[in-house]
Design a protein around this ligand. Sequence first.
Ligand SMILES: NC(=O)C1=CN([C@@H]2O[C@H](COP(=O)(O)OP(=O)(O)OC[C@H]3O[C@@H](n4cnc5c(N)ncnc54)[C@H](OP(=O)(O)O)[C@@H]3O)[C@@H](O)[C@H]2O)C=CC1
Ligand SMILES: CC(=O)N[C@@H](CCC(=O)OP(=O)(O)O)C(=O)O
Length: 311
Amino acid sequence: MTHTIFIDGEAGTTGLEIRERLETRSDLELILLGDRRRDVEARREALNAADAVILCLPDEAAKEAVAMIANPAVRVIDASTAYRVDPDWIYGFAEMEPGQAAAIAASTRVSNPGCYPTGFIGLVRPLVRAGLMRPDHPVTVNAVSGYSGGGKAMIAEFEAPGASTAYRAYGLSLTHKHVPEMTRHTGLSRDVLFAPAVGNYRQGMLVEVPLHLASLPETPSIERVHGALVEAYEGHRFVEVADLETTEAMTGLEPQGLNGTNRMRLHVFGDRAGGQARLVALLDNLGKGASGAAVQNLNLMLGLDEGTGLV
Ligand SMILES: NC(=O)C1=CN([C@@H]2O[C@H](COP(=O)(O)OP(=O)(O)OC[C@H]3O[C@@H](n4cnc5c(N)ncnc54)[C@H](OP(=O)(O)O)[C@@H]3O)[C@@H](O)[C@H]2O)C=CC1
Ligand SMILES: CC(=O)N[C@@H](CCC(=O)OP(=O)(O)O)C(=O)O
C-alpha cells in the first residue's frame, strides 16, 4: 500500500532532509509543490489530500497550516515549536517512555521534539523517573549546535563570503523557546537554565548537563546514574548509552560523530573520586534532532517499522 506524504516547507533545511530520506522509498508517494510551495490554495489542497503531512515551517506558518486542515483523516507531524507543550498533541520522542511509541502510532497530531530538547530530555528524564534527581533540582544545560540549527538564514550567514564567526554563545536573555519543552518533558518543576551556542560547522550537536552528585538524593555513584540511562533505553535502536569503560578512555568528544543518522548516544563522564559528572548527548540536529525523528514518527503513525528508511 502506498501512502501519500506532503512536506510543507519542502525546500527548507529540515524539509529537504526529510525529502531525502523519503524520496527513495517505494511505499511512499510525495506530493511536491516546487515553485507553488508558497501558494496558499495549492498548500491547502495538499494538506487535505495527503495521508500524512510534515510541517517544516516557522511556528506561525505551522499554526496556519494546521488551521487549513479540514480532513480528519490526515495525520500531522509538526517540526516547529508551536505544539510541543500542547496537551492535545503527542510529543514525538518515541523512546521517552515505554508507551510513547504506541501513543505516537495512535495519534493524528504529533509534535516533533526540538534538537536540544531531544538531547536534554534523553539525559535527564530517566534520572527524574528513577528518583535520582528531584523535580525541583536546579538544572543547567550547556550545548553547542552546528549552524544548520538556525535554518536557511543562519546557513547563509555562516557560509557568506568573508564570514568569520567561529563560535557564538546565545540565548543570553535566558528565555530560549526550548525552555518550556525541556522543563515539561523531563518532569522538572523549575525552569532549566539553558546556555546554547552555535559553532562554525554545519551540522551536529552536543548537549551537556553537568552534575555535582552530592546535590542529588543519596549522592548516587556514576555507575548508578549510568545504570538508570542504560535501563531506560534498553532495546531501543536509535538511543544508545556508551559504556563507562569506553567513556572513561575518551579524551574528547566532537559534535559531528553521528551526522547523517537518526541515532543519539549518551555519555556519562565522571570523576569517580570527586563526585562530579558530565552527562553528554551526541546527535545530529537534523537527524534525531529533527528530520530523522520526523521520519521515525511518520513510520509509527503509518503502522510501519519505526526504522524504515533510517540509519
Ligand atoms: N534546523 C534545525 O536543526 C531544526 C529545525 N526545526 C524546526 O523546523 C522548522 C523549519 O526549520 P528550518 O528547516 O530550519 O527552517 P528554514 O528556514 O531552513 O526553512 C523554512 C521553510 O519554511 C518555508 N516557509 C517560511 N515561511 C512560510 C510561510 N509563511 N508559508 C509557507 N512556507 C513558509 C520556507 O519556504 P521557502 O523555501 O520558500 O523559503 C522554507 O522552506 C522550524 O520551526 C524549526 O524551528 C526543528 C528542529 C531542528
Ligand atoms: C543553532 C540554532 O539557532 N538553533 C535553533 C534551534 C534549532 C531547533 O531545534 O529547532 P526548533 O527550535 O524547532 O526546535 C535555536 O536555538 O533557535
